[in-house]
Design a protein around this ligand. Structure first.
Ligand SMILES: [Zn+2]
Length: 309
């Protein structure tokens, strides 16, 4: 495919402004989709919400909890564009047609939960940023933010849920992580950050049947932190289906990822299936050139997951 025919152009980084521009383009082409916002980031960026379909049963897909994992936002927008194209043209992205999917399911998509972190990771930190000196200090005095995972004030959003929060505090003390870091600092209390608070409030209100959180990397699917508990209804069979469609393996978290995060919060709160999909393989941040390969691996599962509930 030539660069000019591509929906996701890799000629410039996939930052927040690029994403917004694509969302407007999609809305122009496909006025039947709903565009909204779940709230604002710490630095005041609106957190876009795209709603596909009008069925009663709903699922939610979330991208870019982590700054340097911005490629997950591009994957989700590519999916939205494909889904809408298929809907208009009466094509199928899975065993059932996109039109049937549209009528019978709802897919909530929050492509970039952490736009401020993505901005740091892609564009670095602006001289106008009121947190400049604090953030540079957290980043060990470096101006290189390409590995930034946290939000604008150094809170790791995926550690900012009630699930595993106490355990994270113990680990942070051991690792000497205090008051903010490029990653792994869980914040003052669960949902202390505007991004996690907005997401949790939205999820509590809409109560989706199933949740997917996209991260990079590892080509793995996590569906619970604990092998012995919290395996919400038919989680294992859904994980197996996702595994079959993507070729990714089912894993159990290790290290600091094993204590909690959005996926565990969703399972604990609602006793419903929730999965973390670690997209792609390599060293974070994955290069944008990996996008098409990753997308071709996960595309079918994004179409199929809503049918599994
Ligand atoms: Zn991540």
């Amino acid at each position: 495919m030539s660069e000019k025919d591509r929906f996701i152009s890799q000629s410039k980084p996939f930052d927040y402004d690029t994403m917004l521009q694509l969302i407007y383009e999609i809305k122009d082409k496909f006025p039947f989709i709903k565009i909204g916002s779940i709230g604002e980031s710490l630095l005041g960026r609106s957190l876009p919400l795209i709603t596909l379909g009008k069925g009663k049963k709903s699922v939610i897909y979330i991208g870019a909890h982590h700054g340097m994992e911005w490629i997950t936002s591009a994957l989700l927008l590519n999916f939205v564009n494909d889904f809408c194209n298929d809907y208009v043209n009466g094509r199928c992205g899975s065993e059932i047609s996109s039109r049937v999917l549209f009528e019978t399911r709802k897919i909530f998509i929050i492509p970039m939960l952490n736009p401020d972190g993505v901005d740091y990771a892609i564009n670095g930190i602006s001289d106008q940023n009121a947190l400049l000196s604090r953030i540079i200090k957290m980043n060990d005095g470096s101006n290189d933010f390409s590995h930034w995972q946290a939000n604008a004030r150094g809170v790791d959003l995926n550690h900012n849920y009630s699930a595993g929060f106490k355990e994270y505090k113990i680990i942070e003390r051991e690792m000497n992580i205090i008051n903010g870091a490029p990653g792994k600092y869980s914040g003052e209390h669960p949902e202390s950050e505007p991004e996690t608070r907005a997401l949790c409030n939205f999820v509590r209100l809409q109560m989706p049947e199933l949740a997917i959180s996209l991260h990079t990397q590892g080509e793995e699917i996590y569906f619970t932190s604990n092998q012995n508990q919290n395996q919400a209804h038919n989680s294992l069979s859904i994980a197996r289906t996702i595994s079959r469609l993507t070729g990714y393996k089912i894993s159990f978290p290790m290290g600091t990822a094993k204590y909690g995060g959005f996926t565990d919060w969703f399972i604990e709160e609602f006793d419903r299936p929730s999965f973390t999909i670690e997209c792609g393989l390599g060293k974070n941040p994955l290069p944008f050139s990996d996008h098409d390969d990753i997308y071709s691996r996960i595309k079918r599962s994004l179409y199929t997951i809503p049918i599994l509930i």
